[in-house]
Design a protein around this ligand. Structure first.
Ligand code: GDG
Length: 462
């Protein structure tokens, strides 16, 4: 059996502990095939570029980690990936900061990764590259003569053509993707947007149902909505009574209903609109005062990127303003937590929350929505309020779907969620739970790899 090589910007080595569902699923696939996980070590080598790879072995998995210089991180990671591609792919042209210097850094680091990876690859290895940081990796590896089967999965949305075309090097980005054998997206919408970009600019043609001909290569496009470790999450949540943090939180509620939000601090998550909507909910429902608490868990992320640092301040101020406007001596409407909490506690908190607010302005999938559903008590499930612009909305149609830009719509959904009778809550929850139990992260991983193994056959048959 051929080995699997996973490439991602960050590599969750098993010593790192607290692995999320994706890391667990990929580790399982790597264990099964034997193979390697390659990527950035998370460390900076300062000013000096180093070709030194840190190699760690764990069972039949090899981790190959590379340090990046400060300049590389500035241009490739904080620059082009997180200030150009991330906002643009989330439809935020207003926040997209394109610079030729960062773009050059992005392609240079991808070439650097390819140069270090290529000698480690055997001819029959399968290579699976993850996410927007590494789009050009396959084309760099192909230029070095590698003919391996290569797949790419985009975890974030792919924007419509008119948004994409605003990125000066959009053709180079699209061309780079055509070097893969399989390009995977979270939803049909993302896949359609990508196909529209190719076709509208005459960069490629659809030559089969999912097969494209572009830049002299055939490649396959597929849709693989990512899942979570549903049964593990359900088990963690069912054990909530053993968790001190959850117990403490439950006691502190003193019978009030809990509403929960869990998001990395990121402008794509619609946190500002959500806090405004909760404030509107209190105004529209004065009887909720002292009866509802909204817990927002928001670990900081990418603080080195200026837009994120600004946002950190804005959201903290907004939470403070809502509390000042509506709070009382014995009631704080919002508990705003700015750090990471342990996974088991998170599962338990989802369990005791009567409603979850997942209202991103745009999201590739959104795993929190699925984790909340996985964590519910079957006899007394809570209600998910979900943005129609999260990839998860394609699957979780029992949620109360909202327009995340419409404050009144979210406020009304919060009221409806908190008043919903048990039979309706159960009827909405069960099909969603069944769906995420069947399509979990293990099946996602297998489906992608099976499709990747079949792609050349498919491309030939078209
Ligand atoms: C990208 C795409 C796509 C959050 N706070 C804590 C914590 N988390 C965990 C959640 C969840 C994960 O982080 C966040 O995943 P999301 O899917 O919600 O969002 P992104 O980070 O933006 O992920 C997204 C995903 O990739 C996968 O393809 O769904 O669309 O943007 O698992 O639980 N975990 C713990 N403590 C926290 O405080 N333990």
């Amino acid at each position: 059996m051929s080995r699997l090589i996973v490439v991602s910007n960050r590599v969750p080595t098993q010593e790192g502990g607290a692995a999320g569902g994706l890391a667990v699923a990929l580790h399982a696939a790597l264990e099964q095939h034997g193979g390697m996980w390659f990527g950035w070590s998370g460390e900076s080598s300062g000013e000096r570029e180093t070709d030194r790879l840190t190699i760690r072995e764990s069972g039949n998995i090899t981790y190959a980690l590379v340090d990046l210089t400060r300049r590389d991180l500035d241009e490739y990671y904080s620059g082009f990936a997180n200030r150009a591609l991330w906002p643009l792919f989330h439809y935020r042209l207003d926040l997209t900061d394109f610079s030729r210097r960062d773009m050059a850094g992005y392609f240079r680091v991808n070439r650097f990764f390819a140069r270090l990876l290529a000698p480690l690859v055997r001819p029959d290895d399968i290579i699976w590259v993850h996410d927007y940081h590494l789009i050009p990796l396959a084309s760099e590896l192909r230029q070095m003569g590698l003919r391996n089967r290569m797949g790419f999965f985009l975890h974030i949305p792919w924007p419509p053509p008119d948004v994409m075309f605003a990125l000066p090097p959009h053709q180079t980005i699209v061309r780079a993707l055509s070097s893969y054998d399989l390009v995977g997206f979270q939803t049909e919408f993302d896949a359609e947007n990508f196909a529209a970009c190719l076709i509208r600019e005459g960069l490629g043609n659809r030559v089969g149902d999912q097969v494209f001909d572009a830049y002299g290569r055939l490649f396959v496009m597929g849709v693989f909505p990512i899942g979570i470790e549903t049964s593990e999450f359900a088990k963690l949540a069912a054990d909530y009574e053993k968790n001190q943090v959850v117990q403490r939180t439950a006691r502190s509620l003193e019978g009030q209903q809990l509403v929960i939000g869990v998001d990395r601090l990121d402008y794509s998550k619609g946190l500002g609109e959500r806090l405004e909507a909760y404030s509107r909910y209190i105004e529209n429902n004065p009887a909720s005062r002292g009866k509802v608490v909204y817990l927002q868990i928001t670990p900081k992320s990418r603080s080195e990127v200026p837009e994120y640092a600004d946002m950190q301040k804005e959201i903290a101020e907004l939470a403070g303003r809502v509390n000042a406007a509506h709070g009382d001596l014995d009631w704080t409407p919002i508990r705003y937590i700015n750090r990471t909490i342990k996974r088991a506690a998170l599962a338990g908190l989802y369990r005791i929350a009567r409603a979850a607010l997942v209202t991103p302005l745009r999201d590739g999938m959104n795993l929190v929505a699925k984790e909340y559903i996985a964590s519910q008590e079957p006899d007394d499930p809570g209600v998910l309020v979900l943005s129609r612009f999260a990839g998860a909305a394609r699957e979780l149609d029992g949620a109360l779907l909202v327009n995340p830009y419409d404050i009144e719509d979210i406020a009304t959904a919060i009221a409806r969620a908190l008043d919903m009778p048990l039979d309706e809550r159960q009827a909405r929850w069960k099909p969603m739970f069944d769906r995420i139990t069947e399509f979990d992260v293990t099946l996602w991983c297998q489906s992608f790899l099976d499709a990747l193994k079949r792609t050349r056959v498919m491309a030939r048959a078209s």
